[in-house]
Design a protein around this ligand. Structure first.
Ligand SMILES: Cc1cc2nc3c(=O)[nH]c(=O)nc-3n(C[C@H](O)[C@H](O)[C@H](O)COP(=O)(O)OP(=O)(O)OC[C@H]3O[C@@H](n4cnc5c(N)ncnc54)[C@H](O)[C@@H]3O)c2cc1C
Length: 439
């Protein structure tokens, strides 16, 4: 029987391990289950030098008592002449992944944390004695389990007519997060990006970095990308009104934000001043209010909460100035692929043809979490995207209570707890949980 099992091998799992070790838990008590090197995950396990952190160097905070830990490490270990901008240093994501892995090695000097290179397919058992079914056909048992399965990689959002040959299939890039697919792209190709968020901007930066000459068509319901990060700092604490409703919240936010452009320091300072309280407010809303707020504010929140690195936006501006970027408004309903071309058919009747299509539509649904709901071990969260947890990160069960020894951290807690996606927000959860279990 394992003592503490952590499911997942990304940043969240690594932050959990780091905080457990800092609280004096022996490495031999911790077992990580995940297929790849601990600490990199989907977000930082990329091999493209053009994928950058979208936050400056002082913001990915793992230890609240040492906020500049990463900034110092990067100064010493990263050679990246492009990192510095007027808004701060924006390092490559692969370097951040390297940092997290080296941190784990450093923290576990006293002994190795066991990692089982497998995926967990299902969880069974009872509180305090969980059975984890692995994809290598084994089952391991654990007293306490932390789910940290992160961002499920994107899957096509519509029907795709698959070509018969591997050559044809190479025109379809379903998961661009590792960055490796960009190496195969010829600079003359016309590229279709499905989705207009941060993944599409990463793709544009990777294409620009490889001197792309062909067209880039961005299929998205809105012709807007997140702005670049400006230099910002929180100056005032907003005086939030009592008894907020979604409508009052939106009104208050609107009044707090200046009319300056969203890419300006002035606007971003005000925006960031609003963020620290959002999770507490979200948690106080009823289910209906959460739905209403998400419907009205969700897309705007997604657009502005992080912004992109200045380097990424500069690459976008450069290609736009050369008329290589065109937005096509709408949503794809089908993708057709021949041996040499791809075509996206949109629900508004438009179609776009290109040499390759890249899926930039964001996270899919987590099959493990889905199985927990199906097997009545957990309930869906308020947004229906993941499973519900309470404020102490305990997974909620179908009887209206929560499991004492089953927790979840990371982006999958967003529906329950609010804005939990940035590295620092996840590390805070890991710290909270380490203190809560073993404090
Ligand atoms: C492409 C991308 C870029 C991002 N960039 C930034 C950024 O620049 N700045 C920022 O603050 N945040 C960024 N984020 C947000 C990100 O959510 C967090 O920063 C953080 O990295 C999430 O870590 P995680 O471990 O929860 O998830 P992930 O990075 O998704 O890692 C989860 C890991 O768990 C494994 N796993 C999943 N299911 C199972 C299973 N059933 N069994 C075993 N293992 C499993 C996966 O294979 C994966 O390796 C980014 C996210 C993505 C997807």
């Amino acid at each position: 029987m394992k003592d503490i099992a952590i499911i997942g091998d990304g940043f969240a799992a690594a932050a959990m391990v780091a905080h457990l070790l800092r609280r004096g838990i022996a490495p031999s008590s911790i077992t990580v289950i995940g297929p790849r090197e601990l600490g990199k995950g989907n977000a930082y396990g990329c091999d493209s030098p053009f994928f950058r952190l979208n936050i400056r160097e002082d913001l990915p905070i793992i230890f609240s008592d040492d906020p500049l830990h990463f900034a110092r490490w990067a100064q010493e270990h990263v050679s990246d002449s492009q990192a510095r901008t007027d808004a701060g240093y924006f390092y490559r994501r692969q370097d951040f992944g390297r940092y997290v892995s080296s941190l784990i090695n450093h923290e576990s000097q006293a002994g190795q944390v066991e990692q089982i290179k497998a995926r967990v397919l299902g969880i069974g058992g009872v509180d305090g004695s969980w059975n984890l079914e692995l994809d290598n056909r084994s089952v391991i048992s654990a007293n306490q389990v932390v789910i940290a399965t992160g961002n499920p990689p994107p899957i096509w959002p519509c029907e795709v007519s698959q070509p018969n040959s591997p050559a044809g299939a190479s025109h379809l890039i379903e998961n661009p997060w590792t960055g490796s697919a960009f190496r195969e792209i010829d600079s003359q190709e016309n590229i279709i990006l499905l989705g207009g968020g941060l993944t599409a901007l990463d793709a544009i930066n990777a294409l620009a970095g490889r001197n792309h000459l062909g067209m880039i068509y961005v299929i998205s319901p809105r012709a807007a990308f997140p702005p670049a990060q400006a230099k910002w700092q929180r100056k005032v604490q907003p005086n939030w009104p009592q008894n907020l409703t979604p409508a009052k919240l939106i009104r208050f936010m609107r009044n707090h934000l200046p009319s300056a452009p969203t890419a300006s320091s002035e606007w971003q300072c005000a925006w960031e001043e609003l963020r620290p309280n959002i999770n507490t407010i979200w948690q106080q809303f009823s289910l209906q209010q959460k739905h209403s707020l998400f419907k009205r504010l969700g897309w705007l929140w997604n657009l502005y909460r992080f912004r992109a690195s200045p380097q990424t936006i500069a690459a976008y501006e450069q290609l736009r100035a050369r008329n290589q970027i065109e937005f096509v408004l709408g949503r794809a309903k089908e993708i057709q692929c021949s041996e040499t071309k791809v075509k996206a058919l949109l629900s508004n009747g438009l179609d776009v043809q290109g040499d390759r299509i890249i899926n930039c539509t964001g996270v899919a649904t987590d099959p493990l979490l889905k199985s927990l709901i199906k097997n009545q071990l957990a309930i869906a969260d308020p947004l229906g995207n993941a499973i519900a947890v309470d404020k102490t990160l305990q997974v909620q069960n179908v009887s209206g209570g929560q499991w004492n020894t089953l927790w979840m951290i990371g982006p999958a807690t967003m529906g329950s707890l609010g804005d939990v996606i940035a590295a620092s927000a996840i590390a805070k959860q890991a710290e909270q949980l380490a203190v809560h279990i073993f404090g």
